[in-house]
Design a protein around this ligand. Structure first.
Ligand code: SF4
Length: 324
């Protein structure tokens, strides 16, 4: 029997190249090796109450991108978190076995409380319990994570140990599948690629929009003239090209250092490479966008399949906790 994987995607609307290189490609690759459950975590988006009026649109756009990137509803369960209401009950039941002190020490809680001091709500504190409920409702064996997410998964494992100790063996301790999520720096060359910082390129952007964005990218700041030797190790255009044209980067590196190529040529090449690489994804996305009935059906089917697993788990939990 295949092991199961769970992963959640926050519905921030259209995905960008950073999301794709960092997670989307990996999700697609895991589908053949594992039974994958992929969830668009809309309840998580409510913990900071941002853009709730856009939430439905954002969920739909994220789903379009994931399907276009290659998530296959025949292979994976793909659904929206709140469409399986059992999550709320498991969240509530797991909160009974989670000491508050565990939650208050979570670094991302402290960070979010600092950024949104006016909105330190109960849901924000309980966010890691909701994440645990997501994973445990589907009894996932494996969770793909980057190093920075390991503390969250460890908290889930602590909750599992505590629950199993009190109520008997119920949940597997999910294992981290440490994934080399490349940190994709944005076009500003400073911060991680992010929609909120506007330093991103949407997967669904047109070829022209992509080229325009790429031409605005920051390169080696020390290179003022075309004749100045470049430093590819500090250049984000170079890093981005490596994702899309790994095969020719040795030559690009040499040419940059010897000032044989200019940054404008380099950016043009990057834009072409991105557009070439994403052309099939974009074509598929356009097909999906023209068939909203199919996309809605994927959501519906995914929720039904997820709910079968969720109900089974919840019945077991209720029974173990003496509720039935
Ligand atoms: Fe960066 Fe390319 Fe310019 Fe070199 S030539 S600094 S790699 S954009």
């Amino acid at each position: 029997m295949k092991k199961s994987v769970f992963s959640g995607v926050r519905p921030t609307g259209r995905l960008h190249i950073g999301n794709y290189l960092g997670a989307g490609k990996n999700y697609v690759a895991l589908q053949d090796e594992y039974d994958c459950v992929y969830c668009i975590v809309d309840l998580h988006a409510l913990t900071t109450l941002e853009d709730t009026d856009k939430l439905q649109g954002n969920i739909y756009e994220a789903l379009l991108d994931l399907l276009a990137a290659g998530l296959d509803p025949q292979k994976s369960v793909i659904f929206v978190q709140s469409h399986v209401p059992e999550i709320n009950e498991l969240f509530s039941l797991l909160s009974m076995v989670t000491p508050l002190s565990w939650l208050l020490r979570v670094p991302t809680f402290k960070e979010k409380a600092r950024i949104h001091p006016q909105n330190v709500n109960y849901g924000l504190v309980g966010y890691p319990v909701l994440m645990a409920a997501d994973i445990l409702l589907y009894k996932a064996d494996v969770v793909p994570v980057g190093e920075d997410q390991l503390p969250h998964l460890e908290l889930t494992r602590e909750i599992v140990r505590r629950f199993n100790e009190h109520f008997g063996e119920t949940f597997p301790e999910p294992q981290a599948k440490l994934t080399n999520f490349p940190l994709v720096v944005g076009l500003d060359g400073k911060d991680k690629m992010s929609k909120s910082l506007g330093n991103h390129i949407e997967l669904a952007a047109t070829a022209e929009e992509t080229a325009k964005k790429v031409m605005s990218a920051v390169t080696d700041p020390a290179r003022r003239l075309r004749s100045d030797p470049g430093h590819p190790e500090v250049c984000n255009v170079f890093k981005l090209r490596r994702h899309f044209e790994a095969e020719c980067m040795t030559q690009v590196e040499t040419d940059c250092r010897d000032a044989k190529i200019g940054c404008v040529d380099c950016k043009r090449a990057l834009a072409e490479a991105i557009n070439r690489d994403l052309a099939p994804l974009r074509a598929r996305r356009a097909e999906l966008a023209a068939d909203p009935k199919y996309v809605r059906q994927v959501m519906l089917d995914g929720a039904q399949r997820a709910q079968i697993i969720a109900k089974r788990t919840l019945n077991e939990v209720r029974s173990k906790m003496g509720l039935i």
